[in-house]
Design a protein around this ligand. Sequence first.
Ligand SMILES: [Fe+2]
Ligand SMILES: [Fe+2]
Length: 372
Amino acid sequence: MAGELVDICSVLGAIVLGISLLLLAWRRIVKRWSRNMDVSDDTRYAETLTTLSEASVRRSFDPYTDIDWDAQEFAVTADDPRWVLSASDPLGRHPWYRTQQLEKQIAIGMWRAAHIAKASLHLESILIRGLMQYSFWVPNGSPEYRYCLHEAVEECNHSMMFQELVNRIGVNVPGMPRLLRWISPFVPLYAGPLPNVFFFGVMAGEVPIDYRQKNMLREGGSLHPIVQKVMAIHVAEEARHISFADAYLRKRVPNLLRISRFWLSLYVPVSMRVLCQVTVPPRSFFKEFDIPRSVRKEVFFDAPESRQTLRNMFGDVRMLCYDVGLMNPFALLMWRICKIGGRPSRYRSEPQREHPLTPVRPAKRPPLTVRD
Ligand SMILES: [Fe+2]
Ligand SMILES: [Fe+2]
């Protein structure tokens, strides 16, 4: 009997000790996390955020006052050759696409433009929810609160602008891949407890879209004016968002525990690789337009130009990872496995040397037949 009592007491003692240790660890984590939220001692960081916030006030866009959606020049018509994909698009430069009927090239171009806009607004919706999660915990007086909300307002405007574009193009596109849409309600939840993971996710979502849009704008020429207008507005504001994520991570990541930094270093290339593919069209697109499987595989995954583009778009992120101590031998291997490894940029937005794109031959287009 006495022996049993001793056993029960020891089990209870062990449970109490375990719970106390857990509570102690939890308190330390929460303390560390709250300390991390306080940026009052970093005047340089606060100045950067104030500059970004003031720029958001000085130069901001509204989709319904800055774009005259009903202007004649922005009219969307199904026989407009400016919807034909350009050589900066991986499908647009493929010989299969170039030899299709003009009518089909236009239909594919419109579908693709609408799909990229829809996928972008899905990403923005996750970003807005994450920013709200994060800013909920920010202490009074923090310049992060103001900038997070400026960014959320801008992303709301972008989302309205992209949805208006999708509606005007009139194609029923799904947006992000199905799996990502299903898990999207959970992603913003970690912005509070794991903000570094979230802000690298922000980069993974924003950098590829920004990179592609900049390339398309640089190419200029035959873009449809409404797409050009929407992209120009978007690119102008994205630069600030990327600057904020960059400044945020440069401040926080070097102070992480070594083990947290190690896991983060493996997570970053994976998140970049997964999220850079949100604009790859779904299988239904290839089915609808009878695009051969071999073309799909080659265009989005195997073509040397596509691989090079993937590597180029993350030069700035690789630079950030080197600067904040996220490039160790395992991380380098992960970047290579994800096929996005390469040299880091020497400065932000350093132009990467691209392999020359496949020259676009003037297509021998059959005469356009306009349907009634
Ligand atoms: Fe945006
Ligand atoms: Fe953004």
